[in-house]
Design a binder for this molecule. Structure first.
Ligand SMILES: *Cc1c(COP(=O)(O)O)cnc(C)c1O
Length: 361
């Protein structure tokens, strides 16, 4: 068996220990005589899996008691509608910061359900930075303020949160969940599709302050109402059972193997530093993002020559590094180095880049 170093932006690498554990338990989950894929979601054995997944998430992320954790489907993209349908109900207004395509999609979708304002955008420079925000431009009576915390395509991250006062801050954390500690109490809602840093595709995590549940717009479909899922412990209908089980294994890995999110952050910083330091010293490659807003998770870079970029991507695949091709809107390359990417993977990539640079100088 030979496994490649997979730099995909999502779905992405899972920790090898988690995959092995899942393989071991595939046919007979802890003496139940069944695979987790086969069991009733109403069974006792499955109930303990989903409860444990929630308890682990609460522990690892230090989620306060006045927040609900929901396991939903429909991806982060469904949250682009669920957020306004459930929250844009007092004054019918919301503020958005547009820092990339996901943030823009969230803004566009929400605009169908109320009055949305773009407070700032970094589209003028291909979303290569996080715009400075001026609090005096925020809508005083907005129902919420939305940001995309880590911009997967462009490789930027907020190092400082906007001060929204009493207006609930809502954040898409799809590509940075579990990568470092987050002070959940600063947010009204956090949401994430799992397939970047937490599990295979199929489950969407919503962490929502309890007082924001129960006041959805009249037109809200039952399945899009947070209250439906909060009242039924994410069991109103069949949850994505196996994916939640995989999330549980990943959370156990973060807690027991890594030692929690502070440790996870240290490892991620060490990995990212290796790559960024090389980019800063290279004469051929350069990062596309302003230094102060660089993401720990997604690292886009270019040579400045589209043909050379294509050559690099082609040769990288042959050398066992896959999914390094950048998003079509940025071009060049992007290395997504989520939690499961080992330090050795980034080390090997940097060595390969050095060799490519020497050969193509
Ligand atoms: C991948 C991603 C999405 C889209 O997630 P889906 O689960 O495919 O809907 C949204 N936001 C961010 C930040 C992402 O990285």
């Amino acid at each position: 068996m030979s496994r490649v170093y997979n730099f995909s932006a999502g779905p992405s690498m899972l920790p090898e220990a988690v995959l092995k554990r899942a393989a071991d338990e595939m046919l007979d989950y802890q003496g139940s005589g069944q695979s987790v894929m086969e069991m009733s979601h109403r069974s006792k054995v499955y109930d303990s899996i989903i409860k444990e997944a929630e308890a682990l998430l609460r522990e690892v992320m230090n989620i306060p008691d006045n927040y609900k954790v929901l396991f939903l489907q429909g991806g982060a993209s469904s949250q682009f509608a669920m957020i306004p349908l459930n929250l844009m109900t007092k004054n019918g207004k919301a503020d958005y910061v547009v820092t990339g395509q996901w943030a823009k999609k969230a803004y566009k979708e929400a605009s169908r359900y109320g009055e949305c304002k773009v407070i700032a955008s970094s589209e003028d420079k291909t979303f290569s930075y996080i715009p400075k925000l001026d609090k005096s431009t925020f809508t005083k009576d907005a129902d919420y303020f939305h940001i995309c915390m880590n911009n997967t395509i462009y490789g930027t991250v907020y190092h400082e949160l906007p001060d929204t006062g009493d207006v609930p801050l809502v954040a898409d954390i799809s590509s940075c969940i579990l990568s470092e500690p987050i002070d959940v109490s600063k947010f009204g809602v956090l949401y994430a599709g799992a397939q970047k840093n937490m599990a295979p595709a199929g489950v969407t995590i919503v962490i929502i302050r309890e007082d924001l549940i129960g006041d959805a717009q009249e037109i809200t479909p039952t399945m899009f109402n947070y209250k439906t899922h909060a009242d039924n412990d994410s069991m109103f209908n069949t949850p994505p059972c196996y994916t939640i089980y995989m999330a549980k294994l990943v959370l156990e890995w973060v807690k027991n193997e890594i030692g929690g999110l502070e440790k996870m952050k240290e490892l991620n910083e060490k990995k990212a530093k290796l790559l960024y330091d090389f980019l800063d010293s290279s004469k051929l490659f350069k990062g596309t993002v302003v230094k102060e807003d660089r993401s720990l998770m997604n690292v886009p870079f270019v040579t400045g020559d589209a043909e050379l970029d294509a050559k690099f991507v082609k040769e990288s695949v042959e050398a066992g590094f896959v999914n390094l091709k950048g998003h079509r809107s940025v071009g060049g390359m992007r290395a997504s180095i989520y939690n499961a990417m080992p330090y050795e993977g980034v080390e090997a990539l940097v060595e390969f880049m050095k060799k490519f640079e020497a050969e193509n100088a």
